[in-house]
Design a protein around this ligand. Structure first.
Ligand code: S3P
Length: 179
């Protein structure tokens, strides 16, 4: 691996992308960004409110714009994406086409484990009703896309945040500069 300056975390809701991402960024002395937070701060609405008032398609456009802007900026950064970022062809292509300075890591989690980790499922509009069944259906559609865009896969189902953080740092190996 040559010099990586952006690490993008993809995976289902509840995979721990934000928690692991901010821990990895702290260890590396890099910045951290979460596309959900970028979208919410630009729109002035929570993600749930955006789904409700503007619809998912509008959210996906804003999410893609946030991803594009973060990848265009070469500041060393760990980027946690929303679980559904891979559902648009444009976002998938952007990750696939990115050069070697961008490393995409799939935090792979079983849907039941992921749901158990989400403290407030009402903040996830796509999980309304039966969250485990909803996330299983979502996972079976998205698995192929996570596989497609990711350079690396880390199984996070039975591991703690610090273990997953250590695996991600180990996977980065000599590809990044430590501070
Ligand atoms: C979504 C995941 C959420 C958020 C939105 C939609 C999805 O982010 O973007 O609720 O489609 O999987 P997290 O993966 O950070 O929960």
């Amino acid at each position: 691996m040559s010099d990586v300056t952006r690490v993008v975390l993809v995976g289902l809701m509840g995979a721990g992308k934000s928690t692991v991402g901010s821990a990895v960024a702290r260890k590396l002395g890099w910045q951290f960004a979460d596309t959900d937070h970028v979208v919410a701060s630009i729109s002035g609405k929570t993600v749930a409110k955006m789904f409700d008032q503007d619809g998912e398609a509008s959210f996906r456009l804003a999410e893609l714009a946030a991803l594009d802007a973060l990848l265009d900026d070469t500041t060393p950064r760990v980027i946690a994406t929303g679980g559904g970022v891979v559902s648009t062809e444009e976002a998938r292509q952007r990750l696939i086409d990115s050069d070697d300075s961008v490393l995409t890591i799939w935090l792979d989690v079983k849907p039941a484990t992921a749901v158990a980790r989400i403290s407030d499922p009402s903040t996830r509009p796509l999980l309304v009703g039966n969250p485990v069944a909803r996330l299983q259906a979502i996972a079976s559609e998205r698995q192929q896309w996570y596989e497609l865009v990711a350079d690396l896969r880390v199984d996070v189902s039975v591991r703690s945040v610090s273990e997953v953080t250590a695996s991600v740092l180990e996977a980065l190996g000599g590809a990044v500069s430590w501070t």
